[in-house]
Structures are given as C-alpha cells and as structure tokens.
Design a protein around this ligand. Structure first.
Ligand code: NI
Length: 392
C-alpha cells in the first residue's frame, strides 16, 4: 500500500489522538496521564515502550526486517499555563492549562508515524526510535537533557534524529527548513555592581555604582558592534536597572538584568566571556566591583549540514518545491531539541498549520488552533525522512 493511503487509513485515529491530547493537557514535569496515553497507544500497536525515561519520557523502537542504522524521531508533549480560548469542542478540560504550543500535534503526528511504520516494518532495514519527550517548556530543567542523561540516544545508538514544530505563520501544507540555525540560544544574565555610598556633594569620598553601571551598559553595546562579526547574529539586551536610594546619596549598588540571543555556539561562548570581561574590567577601572551571573538557556538549534539535503529533498518530495520555504532567518525562540543536535546529526523543520483564511495566532497564544489536515503532511514527511535515512 502507498504511504499516503496508509496515512489515510490511520487518519481518524491520528485526529482522535490529537483531540484527546488537546483536551487533557499537562504542564511540564506533570505529564503523567499524557505519558500513559502514549504508552497505551504504542502497546496497542504491538510495541514495547520504555516509560519513565528522563522523568515522564516514553521511548519505543520499531525494528525493521533486517539490521541497519537507527534513526530517531522526536515529539514533545507538555502544555503551557495558558487559558484556552479557542472555543473548540475538545478544548482543555484542565483549567488554565493549554496545548498552546502545538505539542499535542507533534505527539499525535509521531503516534501516526508509528502506526504507519508498524504496518510496513517488513519493508525497511534498521530501526526507528520514537522519542516522546516531556518538559520542553521548562528552560532550566528541560526534558531533552534528562532523556539524554537517561540514555535515550543509546541502545540502540542513534545515528540521526529528526524533529519538527508546528509553525502558525505559514499556511497548512507549507513546510520550512534552512541549512543552519532554526532556533536561537536564549541566555539570561544578572550583573551586580558594588561601589561605596557617600554624600552626593562629596563623590570623591565614595564610589559611584551608577556611573560605573552607565559605563558598563555602554561598553556592552560594543560586543555586538565590535567583537561579533557583522556576518553573525547576536543580541545583548539590558532589560532592567535598579540602583540608588536617594537623590543626594552616591549609590553603592546597581543591579542589571539582561538577555543574550545567538545562532552560533562559538559566538555564544564568546559573548559570555566578553560580557564578563567588560563587567569586571570596566568596574575595576572605576574603583567599583562588578559581578556577572550568567544562566544558560537552550543552545541554538542548528541543522546538520550533511543531513540537511536528505530532509530538504524529502520535504520537496511530499509538498512540492512550491510549498517548500527556505526562511532567510532563524527564529529567535529557543527549543531543547538543540541538545540532541549537539550529540547526533539532527534536522528540525517547521510545519505550516494555518487554515485558509484563518487569523494568525502565535505560539503560546490561547487561541492557537492548528489545521489538523496538516498532520497528514507532517506524518508523511517524518515517515519518509526515517525511511530515506535508513535506505541511504
Ligand atoms: Ni513548542
């Protein structure tokens, strides 16, 4: 049977999965029922899922007819603390929690891929590892790192991995991919500048943390303009500044908070180094002391250059050249799929989900209402990516 016919055969179930998941969203680290549902579906397909991987993760392996390579496909399944306002008949039953990032679509899609691959397991060599991942939304305690620590990329060892995200800005049926970064790193930093207070009329008796902060802020702007190549992308933003106690007192403390975004891991490392050097160096030069606390969020999600053509060709095969989008820029949001990209060759793409004539609601919006028809496209691309990789 043709792949498309197989997808149609399972399509009602794919939609039923998606609606069940949508109706029963769970927050990061609490996805117990969701994980149980996924495992139950996999068992019904005759698979033997491993549960509790990296907390609530679920992993199953579909063995082909002959030995070969191992390709992993990943879907995340946590929801967000957002009130749903779509008015859909299968709206969230969990008050204040909503699948507003489309992870219900990702998971129903991957279950669909599993259903199709189980039907044709006598037709491919190697194996497909299905990675159902929790806690993508928790930047400081994410599911990807926990699943990696729990051995998701081993036994069998994963040779390549594919993932995707619904993309509400493109019409359903269009798919986007680029050779390079898809998503940015997202880091946060806190700077504390210590001076010494004195009377505002006698600055020489104190050390002014406010003038030191002013110099630090100006100097930080030179990282992007003078230390990062004009061909690379980077952002340094100071979002808050707090300091001083009274109009006629030299401030002894100033606190700043900011964020950095990067698309290139080397540039990212350099930025942290440069921020630290400026904070410490400028403050020292002004008689103050400066401390930097730097918190790493997700790394940039960068598509593997060697694996990229296989996925690009697969996407074109499924949706045609006219529906294949090569965006000029990556998105500046973060994604913990980046951690798999650092370990094994990975490719990640965006699936358009906007229904014809519908209003665009961004990710993390309670009105997000993806076109379910796009699941046929996503399931076919993911399935073909796996098969094309194993046949390579
Ligand atoms: Ni998401």
């Amino acid at each position: 049977m043709q792949l498309q016919a197989l997808i149609q055969k399972h399509f009602d179930q794919i939609i039923a999965d998606r609606r069940y998941l949508h109706q029963h969203p769970e927050l990061s680290h609490q996805e117990v029922q969701t994980a149980a549902y996924i495992a139950k579906q996999l068992r019904a397909m005759g698979l033997e899922p491993r549960t509790g991987v990296g907390e609530n993760g679920v992993v199953a392996v579909i063995e082909g007819a002959r030995p070969g390579k191992c390709v992993a496909l990943r879907a995340d399944f946590d929801a967000l603390p957002i009130v749903e306002s779509t008015g859909l008949p299968f709206s969230s039953e969990n008050e204040g929690v909503c699948h507003a990032c489309g992870h219900d679509m990702h998971t129903a899609g991957l279950l669909g891929v599993a259903r199709v691959l189980c039907d044709i397991r006598d037709q491919f060599s190697g194996c497909v590892k299905l990675v159902f991942q929790p806690a993508e939304e928790d930047v400081l305690n994410c599911g990807a790192l926990k699943m990696i620590a729990d051995g998701v990329l081993e036994n069998p060892k994963v040779d390549a991995m594919f993932g995707q995200h619904i993309w509400p800005y493109y019409p359903s049926g269009k798919v986007a991919i680029r050779d390079g970064a898809m998503m940015a790193s997202s880091d946060r930093f806190h700077i504390t500048i210590h001076g010494k207070s004195s009377h505002g009329s006698a600055p020489e008796s104190g050390i002014d943390a406010i003038t030191a902060a002013a110099q630090v802020i100006s100097a930080l702007q030179t990282i992007v303009s003078r230390r990062v190549s004009p061909l690379d992308s980077a952002v340094v933003t100071i979002g808050t500044i707090h300091g001083g106690a009274r109009y006629n007192v030299i401030a002894d403390t100033v606190k700043l908070e900011g964020t950095c975004r990067n698309l290139n891991p080397e540039v990212r490392n350099k930025m942290e180094e440069r921020i630290r050097a400026i904070v410490e160096g400028v403050c020292t030069g002004m008689g103050a002391t400066g401390e930097l606390e730097y918190f790493r969020g997700y790394s940039p999600t960068v598509n593997n250059h060697e694996l990229f053509p296989l996925v690009l060709e697969t996407i074109k095969e499924v949706v045609g050249e006219e529906n294949t989008v090569i965006p000029e820029n990556s998105a500046l949001g973060g994604e913990d799929f980046s951690y798999y990209c650092e370990k094994v060759p990975c490719v990640y793409f965006w699936s358009g989900i906007l229904s014809p004539g519908a209003e665009v609601y961004p990710l993390h919006n309670g009105n997000l209402n993806p076109d379910e028809g796009s699941l046929a496209t996503t399931v076919e691309i993911m399935t073909r990516c796996a098969l094309n990789f194993l046949a390579k």
